[in-house]
Design a protein around this ligand. Sequence first.
Ligand code: NDP
Length: 330
Amino acid sequence: MTETFTAMVIDTVDGKPKGAFRQLSIADLPDNDVLVEIAYSTLNYKDGLAISGKGRIARRMPMVGGIDLSGTVIESRSLEWKPGDKVVLNGWGLSETEWGAYGRYQRVKSEWLIPLPEAFSLQQAMAIGTAGYTAALCVDALEKWGSIKPGEGEVLVTGAAGGVGSVAIALLAARGYNVTASTGRPETHDYLAFLGATTFIDRATLAEKGGPLQRERWTGGIDSVGSTTLANALSQTVHGCAIACCGLAGGADLPATVLPHILRAVTLIGIDSVIATRQQRLSAWARLARDMDKGKLDSMTTVEPMSKLPQLAEDIVAGKIRGRAVIDVN
Ligand code: NDP
């Protein structure tokens, strides 16, 4: 195939990484064993950092951006996949060490793919995308820890109106947990209540430095903000309970003490969606297929053309995107 297509490529400009559109052909792609015709990708916080150059995400240049995709296999040297199979890929270093999803075609390793869950269209799978799949990994981890109970206590979700936060609220609410949403955007309260949040707190209250042992409130939490927000969340966690930490939208630091951990047996669970095992991925997607309400998913999703990626990248890093932005790569 000699067809050329437009891709968002991160390269070094004046010593810094920056995304720009380039024409590629299938012959330019890496020699991995499955060629996928990509239908959709998404905009994740990490993509925003990569395209805008505000973070060094790509570890070799040039790098095709886009950390996740849904699409159709068109050629395969693997026995596991055949032409026509619908697939999903999250992470595995796409846009960091491996060429990613912002273009019509990509060659990927067969073991990175999972089947598109029957519950979802290619577009819906990317409405969930890596942010939503990460939210599901967080809920899986909290349930495995065992401290959250339907209808009892409060589960905190920070960065609530963002991608991870929005899906986390919907998934927790679907299982009957009481969800408290921490957001800096009061105008999103109706939206967050529709997703299933019952209580709201202003994110500024968690962003202020607080004491190491505060009033015990959270029986669980999903934090995509980091920094003082996570430190306060840990200081307010009920004895024996856990917070799943997956993001750094408010900062990569953690100005905390060990006191919640050694005096209240509080656990901090780290979540990494990139190198998750196949079993963890299938479990998270099974949860999404079972619990993600399609009406809620639609309400949190916008579909955008690739041409808008430079602006959208700036917007997500500035915390201006609500819910999930699907990218139509064609
Ligand atoms: P979004 O930008 O969609 O959401 C982040 C939310 O965080 C914003 O909507 C905002 O919520 C809040 N926020 C933004 N800036 C600040 C700030 N300065 N202080 C406090 N809160 C802030 O991003 P995603 O949901 O896609 O990703 C969230 C985080 O999770 C990112 O850091 C991302 O890198 C990380 N992530 C990690 C993964 C992993 O594998 N561990 C996978 C996917 C994401 P509000 O307006 O409601 O206050």
